[in-house]
Design a protein around this ligand. Structure first.
Ligand code: 5AD
Ligand code: SF4
Length: 452
């Protein structure tokens, strides 16, 4: 069959979709670039906020309707929302051919075969001890995601992720290194190591490094050892990872980020709130001062390190003074970028038992205020790049202006520049920055950088 995958949600879902597509290809199906050309459409769903689920549900219902004009079409769902809703999903989307939960997507090809043979409304959910998840991939792009840590062991009061993605499980370092090396051999230049709380890598259960040679750099903690091992793979230009938590921002992590040349000077470190009262109710496990100390530890060793964050506004009980504390934290940390979300109660989480008492208009207002703060701070931080030269991994023609190219520097900032003759996606170029906007840097290529 020809197939098309729709992906909602985070990078983890993007990665899972790619691995699922690789499974379908291995089973003889053929990916197509447009949904309308597909005999099989699968929606990889997200549960993080109510709106994300509404989108996936709406899309699935439309797809089921589209069977009338596409005879023989199959429609399936996968991912976090499937795992959360279980059998209820089949009631909410009548006509769905199959649904497969997180950690269970290896069942995708047999579910498709059974659906072709006439089975309807099939459902397979993942279980906590399912660690045999697919890690296949499609053709190489300059940049690739590699999952290193499944699931999440934290119990943040607002978050559905531990329920839908199960407990933490670290992949063996050998498997990760082998996957990255294989991708580099195919032309990948940059990898992003993924985990919901990636710095927790190797901190659960038995020692993932048992039996492996000692770290050449003398690192003892499992995650710094992992980025050291990945950085040693020849031909890999850049190593990124996401997401962080202050408890993992050790002195050793800072040293590894400073010493390992391929490791990008960027950490996505969700803070969620600047108020200790709210952080406590969220069960984040740190105070605002501890968060700031973690950022300072990194900046001490890696002065150019970009820090980006996530914020939730309108968490139950968030007062004006709690919100003021978040704004004060913005002024103190001066994030390079932030992603701001309005609180959305998720059934089954602790916070969902408390009244969702911040009116939507207030959430909306706080959201706008923080976006404006971030724009001002982001612009000032980006303006500090004007006149400096930065190394950019070229990605391809810019979406806004196809005569320009765009890429990202080590800090993860989008850099737009005029291409030179023979430039290819995946090339590293040195760009002198001439102009800045809150989200983008603009410059000119200085010379063809270290590699091409
Ligand atoms: N409501 C709003 N935002 C949420 N996030 C996680 N759960 C919720 C929720 N219930 C946000 C957090 C997290 C990001 C991926 O999504 O900021 O870091
Ligand atoms: Fe990713 Fe969380 Fe959404 Fe699942 S629920 S796709 S883990 S953001």
């Amino acid at each position: 069959m020809t197939f098309y995958l729709h992906t909602y949600g985070c990078q983890m879902n993007v990665r899972d979709s790619e691995a699922a597509a690789a499974l379908l290809v291995a089973a003889g199906h053929e990916p197509v670039a447009q949904e309308r050309a597909a005999d099989l459409v699968v929606v990889n769903s997200c549960s993080v906020r109510g709106k994300a689920e509404d989108k996936a549900l709406g899309k699935l219902r439309l797809l089921v309707k589209s069977k009338r004009t596409h005879p023989g079409r199959l429609v399936g769902a996968m991912g976090c929302m499937v795992q959360r809703l279980g059998p209820a999903l089949l009631d909410q989307v009548p006509g769905l051919d199959f649904a497969v939960g997180t950690r269970a997507s290896r069942h995708l090809p047999p579910l498709v075969s059974a659906a072709l043979a006439g089975a309807a409304g099939q459902l397979v959910l993942g279980t906590a001890d399912d660690t045999d998840v697919p890690h296949g991939h499609l053709a190489a792009t300059p940049s690739a995601y590699v999952t290193v840590l499944l699931g999440c062991n934290r119990r943040c009061a607002y978050c559905i992720v531990p329920e839908v993605r199960g407990p933490e499980s670290s992949r063996p370092p050998r498997d990760i290194v082998a996957e990255v090396a294989a991708r580099v051999a195919d032309g990948v230049r940059e990898v992003t190591l993924l985990g919901q709380s990636v710095l927790n890598y190797g901190r659960q259960g038995s020692d993932v490094w048992a039996g492996e040679p000692a770290s050449p750099g003398g690192y003892r903690e499992p995650f710094p050892r992992l980025i050291e091992a990945v950085s040693a793979i020849p031909g890999l230009a850049r190593v990124r990872f996401t997401s962080g938590h202050p408890s993992g921002c050790s002195e050793e992590l800072a040293r590894a980020m400073a010493e390992l040349a391929p490791v990008a000077p960027h950490l996505h470190l969700p803070v969620q709130s600047g108020s200790d009262a709210v952080l406590g109710r969220m069960r984040r496990g740190y105070t605002a001062a501890e968060y700031v100390a973690a950022v300072e530890r990194l900046r001490q060793r890696v002065p150019d390190c970009a820090i980006t964050t996530d914020i939730i506004v309108g968490f139950p009980g968030e007062t004006e003074s709690d919100f003021a504390a978040t704004r004060a934290l913005f002024e103190q940390v001066r994030f390079d970028n932030s992603f701001i979300f309005k609180y959305s109660p998720r059934p089954g989480t602790r916070a969902a038992e408390w009244p969702d008492d911040v009116p939507d208009a207030v959430k909306e207002h706080r959201n706008r205020v923080l976006l404006d703060d971030q724009d001002r701070i982001g612009l000032a931080r980006n303006e500090a790049w004007v006149g400096r030269t930065t190394e950019v991994l070229a990605e391809g023609p810019s979406l806004r202006n196809p005569r320009r190219w765009s890429g990202r520097n080590g800090q993860g900032k989008i850099v737009v520049f005029a291409p030179v003759e023979g430039l290819q996606a995946g090339d590293c170029v040195r760009v002198r920055i001439e102009r800045a906007k809150p989200q983008t840097l603009y410059g000119v290529i200085e010379n063809r950088g270290m590699t091409s």
